[in-house]
Write a protein that binds this ligand. Structure first.
Ligand code: GLA
Length: 726
């Protein structure tokens, strides 16, 4: 709900549990007065206090009032060059070379329904509402439109920013953040999610220190290394207690999330496109739209924050028909065959997998062009007739005849030098004139900022997807961008290439989605190198990591779950010893971990024993039976796998709290094991729950006293407890 006090120009955004407030002050500066647990709609600007701080500039409107300085008051969208020395949100360069932005509120509008963005991902939903605030830089004919979306039930507030050049000369936008959030305190912890290929999104928590800290990416993707999602929280916040703020950016390219703890113990979070390598020219009459950012404030710890993000992503980000649809249990041939497969081998996979309950066969890398290893073929999106005689027209009906649907892997943004496409168009790869571009996985990157290049690639892919009944596409991207320069843009616009590249990727994903709405797209970038909310708008699930080891996955999926729901996390059971780390874990444990993701298999089903096939059949039956609970239930982290405790546990609870599933995976086992109890969460204290059809326990006892964890023998065992209310 949006409440506006017109007289005092106070703008209050109200969600179920939170309040967000801004106010245009006596000088029309838009100050941020409050964001936190829900309070009334009264003017909270009494929280903002003023003092004469030495050396702080005072804007001309303040006259001789030396207590009024942009450098000390909380800003809704921080400016630059005119007296606020903390992190800027916007930096504009004018024809005379000056760099400044000075913004004053001039107007506002309220709309029913949540606003949409053109060419960028966004949260959607008629139940949302929209507030637009217009800020003008009077000296420059520049208008900055701050737009807010409010989803009350999810406690979600979205933000986007559009900059309009109404002047007579072009200006250069050197920074245009999506989000600025000022706090009247700095005694906060910052949590970021970091890692590398094979070990993505490990939480890192540290108290704010004086000065600037944060994360970002200059790899052209959101990256394995840092995620465009950060949390600021009370120093003593935990899963169930304390105030915390989650901030995400719906963007899949270079981003930056910085926090500055400043001199008077205030803090500012600024998040958006990374200004490094970014500069956008705005001609007169043109506008620039920054990617959307979204916030959840939870007054009750990380668990509630995560559940609100999960719900918002499931209900307002993922698009139909996949938002509500059941996703298939799949088998992917990658770890089983790598490039060494043909049509008969795939059909043999399907013959064994279909009776086990697997619903979709995914043919991974190697089906096109001359692609027998990862040194060639990218860019030639035509079926390799040696491997697949008669093409997909021949193969897909054979898979379907076994009762399974068919999916395919693509990597549209890339080009191998050993490809027909490269021989024909060597100039289509990103490269800087006079330099030889760096290879990554022995491939180059296509200049997706150029429409003719992306349309050519898409044309090829569209033909393949139209040649047979394809149900699923895995869109991969296996290297970071380097040598970024586009032949299509003049020298002074080269700072636009990274962002135009991302817009190009979004355009093709959107086209793919519109042309083949029934196709489920799974995102991937060397595993989880582009796991962000921007991609989730187009690809309802994303391969979480190339690391399929169940024990490492406990950490990866734990970190990922702070923002992203189970239904977004691509997770498969693979063969042991695991190819990433050589670990051997029980099949049951691999199943338990993978089914708290999109669930599938990535192994040769014909290399399994009859007992293993029976176990797989049961896993799949269990998953399907509890699909709604697992995929759409409220998610609770019960332990932290980074704490190296005796086990890792998590739980999904049905919205009506009459059913829950607890999953537990032990670490390495020691003799003389202590008796452990696990305290559950989210149950109805008044109800009694039966566990796995056996003993019953009161909900309040399970949550406060705990469940007696059976003593397990052998490393990495797992347990699933299905609770039903009596
Ligand atoms: C990436 C993906 C893998 C697989 C290979 C194929 O590494 O993450 O799942 O698709 O590419 O080359």
């Amino acid at each position: 709900m949006i409440v506006i006090d017109k007289e005092n120009r106070v703008f209050t955004l109200r969600t179920k549990n939170t309040t967000y407030q801004m106010k245009a002050d006596q000088h029309n500066v838009l100050i941020h007065t409050y964001y936190g647990p829900r309070v009334g709609d009264s003017d909270l600007s009494y929280l903002v206090r003023y003092a004469d701080r030495a050396c702080a500039p005072n804007p001309p409107e303040a006259g001789l009032d030396r207590t009024y300085s942009l450098n000390t008051i909380p800003q809704e969208y921080s400016t630059c060059g005119v007296g606020d020395f903390r992190l800027p949100s916007i930096e504009v360069e004018y024809p005379d070379g000056s760099r400044a932005a000075d913004l004053r509120l001039t107007d506002w509008e309220v709309e029913r329904g949540k606003y949409e963005l053109d060419g960028l991902p966004f949260f959607h939903g008629a139940e949302g509402s929209t507030l637009r605030l217009y800020l003008e830089d009077l000296a420059a004919d520049l208008v900055v439109e701050l737009t807010y979306g409010v989803f009350e039930d999810c406690d979600l507030i979205t933000r986007s920013v559009e900059v309009h050049n109404y002047g007579k000369a072009p200006v250069r936008l050197c920074q245009c953040a999506s989000l600025c959030l000022d706090f009247l305190r700095s005694d906060l912890d910052l949590i970021t999610f970091n890692g590398c290929h094979l070990m993505e999104r490990a939480p890192d928590r540290a108290p704010l220190r004086s000065g600037i800290q944060g994360v970002g990416s200059v790899r052209g993707t959101s990256s394995h290394q840092h995620n465009p999602f950060v949390v600021l929280c009370d120093r003593d916040a935990n899963e169930d207690y304390g105030l915390c703020y989650g901030a995400m950016l719906l963007y899949s390219g270079n981003f930056q999330a910085l926090v500055e703890a400043s001199q008077y113990d205030n803090a500012r979070l600024v998040m958006g496109i990374n200004p490094c390598q970014f500069c956008w020219t705005l001609e007169p009459g043109q506008s620039f739209t920054a990617p959307e950012a979204a916030l959840v404030c939870s007054p009750r710890g990380f668990g509630q924050m995560s559940r609100q993000f999960h719900r918002a992503i499931r209900e307002h980000l993922i698009q139909d028909p996949h938002a509500g649809a059941r996703r298939p249990v799949l088998i992917n041939n990658w770890e089983a065959t790598y490039f060494d497969f043909d049509a008969d081998k795939l059909v043999d996979f399907a013959k064994t997998a279909a009776p086990l309950g697997v619903e979709l066969l995914v043919m991974d890398d190697g089906w096109f062009g001359k692609r027998d290893d990862d040194n060639s073929g990218l860019g030639d999106w035509t079926v390799n007739q040696k491997k697949l005689p008669g093409g997909l027209e021949a193969l897909v009906p054979r898979i379907q005849a076994l009762g399974m649907s068919f999916g395919i892997w693509i990597e549209p943004e890339m080009i191998s030098e050993d490809s027909d496409l490269y021989r024909e168009h060597p100039d289509w790869a990103l490269r800087i004139p006079g330099r030889t571009p760096a290879r990554g996985r022995n491939q180059l990157v296509l200049d997706f900022s150029r429409p003719e290049i992306r349309q050519h690639v898409y044309g090829q892919i569209k033909a393949v997807l139209s040649s047979a009944d394809i149900a699923y596409v895995k869109w991969d991207m296996n290297r970071s961008l380097s040598d970024v320069w586009s032949a299509a843009l003049p020298a002074e616009r080269q700072g636009e290439v990274y962002h135009r590249y991302v817009l190009g990727v979004y355009e093709i994903l959107d086209q793919l989605r519109r042309d083949f709405p029934h196709i489920l797209i799974e995102g991937c970038a060397g595993g989880g190198g582009r796991f962000d909310a921007g991609m989730l708008y187009y690809t309802p699930q994303i391969w979480c990591s190339d690391n399929t080891d169940a024990i490492d996955r406990l950490r990866i999926q734990y970190g990922t779950s702070f923002c992203y729901p189970v239904s977004a996390m691509g997770a498969h059971v693979s063969a042991v010893p695991n190819e990433a780390n050589g670990r051997v874990t029980p099949l049951e444990t691999r199943g338990t971990v993978a089914m708290s993701g999109t669930f599938g298999y990535e192994m040769d089903p014909n290399q399994t024993t009859p007992e293993e096939r029976e176990a797989i059949k049961q896993q799949i039956a269990f998953f399907k039976e509890h699909y709604d609970l697992i995929q759409r239930g409220d998610y609770y982290r019960l332990t932290d796998p980074f704490a190296n405790g005796p086990y890792t546990a998590w739980e999904q609870v049905a919205p009506d709290r009459r059913e829950a599933l607890v999953s537990l995976v032990s670490g390495t086992i020691h003799a003389a094991a202590p008796f452990l109890t696990l305290r559950l969460k989210g149950l109805d204290p008044q109800l009694t729950y039966q566990v796995n059809g056996g003993a019953s326990y009161p909900g309040d006892a399970l949550m406060n006293a705990g469940y007696p964890v059976p003593v397990m023998t052998g490393d990495y065992q797992s347990l699933q407890l299905h609770l039903t209310a009596l």
